[in-house]
Each structure stands twice: as C-alpha cells, then as structure tokens.
Write a protein that binds this ligand. Structure first.
Ligand code: ADP
Ligand code: ZN
Length: 359
C-alpha cells in the first residue's frame, strides 16, 4: 500500500488533501476500493484531453465512467437524475466511491449526486481547473441550478479527499486561468497579501512554474479551509469569501451568465469593493488588480449604462438581511471587514469607478 501524503487542515475538518501525487495513489487507497466499482464522473473536455492518464489511474474494469457534457448547462436536476440512474444501473453499495474529475461544474453536480445517493457515498474530488483547485472543491458546497436561481438546490457535503494534480492545468484555456486567478487575488486581499504578487505571476504562461503553482494552490486551499472549518455554515467569517462577489454576482446576473465569466465579474467586483473601502477611509490600493487589466481584457461596454440596474440587483442579493447591502470590504491588504452600506449613490459611484478604470 503506497503512503498517501495528506494535509490535514484542522482537526475538525475531516477532508484530506492528497497533494500533487499520481492519480493512481487515490485508487490504491484501501477505502476507495472496498465498495466495488467506483462511479467516475468526468467532464467531457477533460476526458478528451486526458483520457490516457485517467485510464491509467482508473483501469476500465474497475470503474463505471459517466461522461458529463461540459458547461454550466449540465448543472440541472435532469443531469443529476441521469447520474443517479447511471449509478444504480450497476451494483451500488453504501461505500461505493464516487470520483468527480473536472472543474466546478463537475464537482458541484457530482458532489450533489454523491450526497444524495444512499444518503451519502464517499466522495473524491479531482479538480482540473484552477478555480476548482483553489475554491470550489474546498468547502463542501454541492448543488445544481434551478429556474429560481443558480445553486438553489444542493447540500453541504464534504469529500473524503481532494486530489491535486497540476498536470491537468497544462490544457486549461487562458480565460479559465484568469477565472481561478480572481479567487487567488481575493485570498490576497482577505488573508495573505503576498498572494497578490504570486497569483499575478500566474496570469501569463511563463509565470506558471510548478513550484509557484503548488505553493499558490496549497496556500489558497489552507486559507479557504481555515475559514470554512471555523465557520462551516456561512455566518460570520465565511462571508469574507464573498469579497468582490456581491458586486460580481450582480454583473453576472445582468449579463445573464453569457459574456462574462465568474472570475471576470469578481475581478470587476473587487475593484468596486476596494473603491468603497477607500471611501470609508481605508488605505488599500487596487493597483495589483489594475496591473492585470490587459490579461483580463474585459469588454465592459455593454454594461456601463446599466449601473442603476446593477445596484438594484445588489439590493436583491440573497445574503442581505435588510435593505442595507452587506459588503465585504478590506481595511488593509489581508484584513477583511464587514460593512452595511445603505447609500445607493455610493454603490453607483463604485460601479462607475470600476467601469472607468477598466475601459
Ligand atoms: P469552473 O471550474 O470554472 O467552475 P467548469 O467546470 O465549467 O467551470 O470548467 C470550465 C471549462 O473548462 C469547461 O469547458 C471544462 O470542460 C473545461 N476544463 C476543465 N478542466 C480542464 C482542463 N484541465 N483542460 C481544459 N479544459 C478544462
Ligand atoms: Zn467565486
């Protein structure tokens, strides 16, 4: 039995992190075998690009493979149902492992299937996007979308382990790198300022050395796990993870989830949130973000005349307790704080500033 290096984030957080090892170590781990053939849910693009490595790690006779059509459109109850039917089509036991290989979409959907099958199958995440590695595979959120809203059906369900294999990232498209980078920069502002520098270096291919990738991912995972472990149900501290997101979600909604991806919206959102932080008298710069402007290359022209709509969308954000908007601000790099903002003209100014500097 090979030794699997694992990183226990805290005593109370029972997820093990198997860092940067070959995939087959996961499979050879005893408790991933006892349940018979594993259910492998794999993103279609990832399967096409990495079929050889996945096949080597998970021999065809030991898994049942479900190929997931790529894209957010797969995060539906219909697709969740198809995974359940697929899982039940061969003998399924309470300890049959379910292994999700892909980005955030795969992890959320397959995670929710694992949470619901037999009231919970052992779940293993193999994130293949930077965003999934530094954010969505950590923290136990699973679910699908509904006409009522994004991620409105789901459960908190932690994986047994998350396996990081950075070789997957060799095929990641430029925009997907930037999408994950936004979350790393967020950790720079709410926790470790040095990640603003180290993260920024990942914006271009030459900066993506394996040492840097390893360190940025491991630090991001520790930061998110630490916050989640301290506050698993999203009361106080977990809200810090929403830095840039209250603004970003409004932009994604206005855009109808079409042109702007999550990370791009959060990038613009952090610039707006930092504007408000400065307005409140805090000495915190958005320069580290603006230096990445050409990499993000955001076309915000369709939205600049819709600032009023954006502010209205923010007041409808589900995380607001009353008509004031709860925002995560930054008092200095690495120090988040919560604030209630009732002044809508200030929110408009923040959007106008962000659009101005990004155009
Ligand atoms: P995210 O991880 O950003 O939440 P997705 O799960 O939708 O979002 O993944 C984003 C896109 O990247 C999808 O089209 C997916 O098929 C693709 N993808 C995922 N991992 C890889 C990879 N390692 N190489 C290339 N494309 C990938
Ligand atoms: Zn996010």
């Amino acid at each position: 039995m090979p030794q699997i290096p694992s990183l226990n984030i805290t005593d109370s957080f029972q997820c093990h992190f198997l860092l940067f090892e070959d995939l087959h170590l996961l499979w050879e781990k005893a408790d991933a075998r006892v349940g018979g053939k594993a259910v492998l849910v794999v993103d279609g693009n990832v399967l096409a690009l990495h079929s050889e490595r996945i096949g080597k790690a998970f021999p065809a006779d030991s898994v049942n493979l479900f190929e997931l059509p790529p894209g957010e459109g797969s995060k539906t109850t219909a697709m969740w149902n198809r995974i359940l039917d697929f899982a039940f089509s061969s003998p399924l036991k309470r300890n049959t492992p379910l292994i999700a290989i892909g980005g955030g979409v795969t992890g959320d959907l397959a995670g929710f299937a694992a949470a619901s099958l037999m009231r919970g199958l052992p779940l293993y995440h193999v994130p293949t996007t930077l965003l999934a590695m530094v954010d969505s595979a950590i923290g136990g959120k699973t679910g699908v979308n509904h006409a009522f809203g994004k991620n409105t059906i789901g459960a908190f369900y932690h994986p047994r382990a998350v396996l990081f294999d950075t070789d997957f990232l060799a095929t990641l498209p430029h925009r997907e790198w930037l999408c994950g980078l936004s979350e790393v920069l967020k950790y720079g502002y709410i926790a470790e300022p040095d990640l603003l520098v180290e993260g920024a270096a990942l914006a271009s291919p030459k900066g993506r050395t394996s040492d840097r990738l390893r360190s940025v991912i491991e630090r991001s995972v520790r930061i998110k796990s630490g916050i989640v472990a301290a506050d698993a149900r999203e009361a106080g501290r977990r809200a810090w993870l929403n830095f840039g997101h209250t603004f970003g979600h409004a932009l994604e909604t206005l855009d109808n989830y079409s042109n702007i991806n999550h990370g791009e919206a959060v990038y613009a959102g952090m610039i707006a949130a930092l504007f408000i932080s400065r307005h409140m008298g805090h000495d915190v710069s958005d320069k580290p973000l603006l230096e990445l402007k050409t990499h993000y290359n955001l076309d915000i022209s369709p939205y600049t005349s819709s600032v009023d709509e954006l502010v209205t969308l923010m007041t409808h954000d589900k995380k607001n307790r009353d008509k004031d908007i709860r925002l995560v601000l930054v008092s200095k790099q690495g120090k988040p704080m919560l604030a209630s903002v009732g002044d809508q003209s200030l929110l408009r100014d923040a959007w106008n500033y962000a659009f101005d500097v990004l155009s």
